[in-house]
Write a protein that binds this ligand. Structure first.
Ligand SMILES: [Zn+2]
Length: 61
């Protein structure tokens, strides 16, 4: 039978931290998740070509 491997470092997973081998790897994966979730709206905000927002309207005072 095959022991489950830690997805972070490929070491044998520990029952306490399944599917990871240690708390550190579990934390690393969680951080990856969080940063990935935040990176999506941030990248969208950075992309500004396609349509011009009303703010870019030339002076109509
Ligand atoms: Zn690991």
């Amino acid at each position: 039978m095959t022991a489950p491997q830690c997805p972070m470092c490929k070491r044998p997973a520990e029952a306490d931290y399944k599917p990871f081998c240690s708390r550190r790897c579990a934390d690393l994966d969680l951080q990856k998740w969080l940063t990935g979730a935040y990176a999506i709206p941030a990248a969208e905000d950075d992309d500004g070509d396609g349509e011009s927002p009303a703010l870019a309207d030339p002076g109509e005072d």
